[in-house]
Design a protein around this ligand. Structure first.
Ligand code: NAD
Ligand code: UDP
Length: 320
């Protein structure tokens, strides 16, 4: 297959690209590098089946030749990033999704949208099944991301119903692993980098809010299963084991045998108090559930961040 991945220089896009390239598929990676990393692109360029196009998908994209699958992953994803880039986030969720759907339609390709648990906002239903319609403040600061993704889902379903396009929608819950940007501001990358540097872990609020953390290898398995299914309705993919943020901080301190302290900071506006996927649909329809628990997933992720922190420290040291 020839697979186009928007957001291929990002965390999830580059992990997906790597998996498909390993399996012998061709990958066209499209990214404007707004939150992605050139290091991820350099890594993928070692595969002969990889082609990179630097492009903002909020503007139309024309590709020569056949495309079998379009995976639309382009979008700032960390709250720190999308609060800094509110207009770009709305544009890539709306115009970017429209352009990628148009490309898929023109090529007769299958289209898969990377949606998010944020479509549920700060939920009143817990855990969240796909049938829950969410509690999002459209004019709150996080609305730029949440509403862009909700629009993207509506647009994908419209292309499916109106044009008969073969579409999939994955609602991704907090995922972590190698090739996250160390400075992306998300909790796992922040805590690991802070702990490896011997700095205090920045816990927002009192740390009692919860998240459910999925290792990227499990997520990529689930996305591949979804792609090979015929499910057009949204599917939650995430690890249903729920942790408070303080539990996450303590797990990281224990794994790194690290004495770092915790520093409490204000809770960002509209920060969801709980988040846990109901993955019944993925279990029954895809035969999928995550197999990597938090400790194992963190163990697999620590060497990547350790290398980046060492390289950064070496660059910062004055030459003697
Ligand atoms: P990321 O920031 O690492 O990657 C996003 C990539 O998209 C970056 O390389 C960025 O440069 C690129 N991009 C952004 N706007 C673009 C544009 N206009 N044109 C071209 N490229 C653009 O984030 P990620 O964690 O890899 O997230 C990937 C996708 O998965 C996003 O759509 C995000 O909403 C979704 N998602 C991720 C998570 C998670 O936990 N990682 C959870 C829910 C949803
Ligand atoms: N968080 C934290 N310290 C950090 C970064 C994040 O306590 O340094 C909290 C954040 O307030 C949220 C949770 O960790 O409650 C997950 O945040 P993240 O940005 O990873 O993703 P979100 O689930 O909010 O999109």
């Amino acid at each position: 297959m020839r697979i186009l991945i928007s957001g291929a220089a990002g965390f999830l896009g580059s992990n997906l690209a790597q998996r498909f390239l390993h399996e012998g598929h061709g990958v066209v990676g499209v990214d404007n590098l707004v939150t992605g990393s050139p290091e991820n692109v350099a890594f993928l360029q070692e595969f002969s089946g990889f082609q990179f196009i630097q492009h903002d998908v909020s503007t139309p994209l024309y590709i020569r030749g056949a495309v079998d699958v379009v995976l639309h992953f382009a979008s700032p994803a960390s709250p720190v990033d999308y609060l800094e880039l509110p207009i770009q986030t709305l544009k890539v969720g709306a115009l970017g999704t429209h352009n990628m759907l148009g490309l898929a339609l023109a090529k007769g390709a299958t289209f898969l949208l990377a949606s998010t648990s944020e479509v549920y906002g700060d939920p009143e239903v817990h855990p969240q099944p796909e049938t829950y319609r969410g509690r999002v403040d459209p004019v709150g600061p996080r609305g730029v991301y949440d509403e862009a993704k909700r629009f993207a889902e509506a647009m994908s379903m419209a292309y499916h119903r109106h044009h008969g396009l073969d579409t999939r929608i994955v609602r991704i819950f907090n995922t972590y692993g190698p090739r996250m940007r160390p400075g992306d501001g998300r909790v796992v990358s922040n805590f690991l980098v802070q702990a490896l540097r011997g700095e205090a872990l920045t816990v927002y609020g009192d740390g009692s809010q919860t998240r459910s953390f999925c290792h990227v290898d499990d997520l990529v398995d689930g996305i591949q299963r979804l792609l090979h299914s015929d499910l057009h309705d949204p599917v939650n993919l995430g690890n249903p084991r729920e942790f408070t943020i303080l539990e996450l901080a303590n797990t990281i301190r224990r794994l790194l045998a690290n004495e770092v302290t915790v520093e409490f900071r204000p809770l960002p506006t509209d920060d969801p108090k709980v988040r846990q996927p109901d993955i019944s649909r993925a279990r029954t329809e895809l035969g999928w559930e995550p197999g990597i628990d938090l400790e194992e997933g963190l163990r697999r992720t620590i060497p990547y961040f350790r290398r980046l922190v060492r390289e950064e420290d070496a660059r910062a040291r004055p030459l003697t």
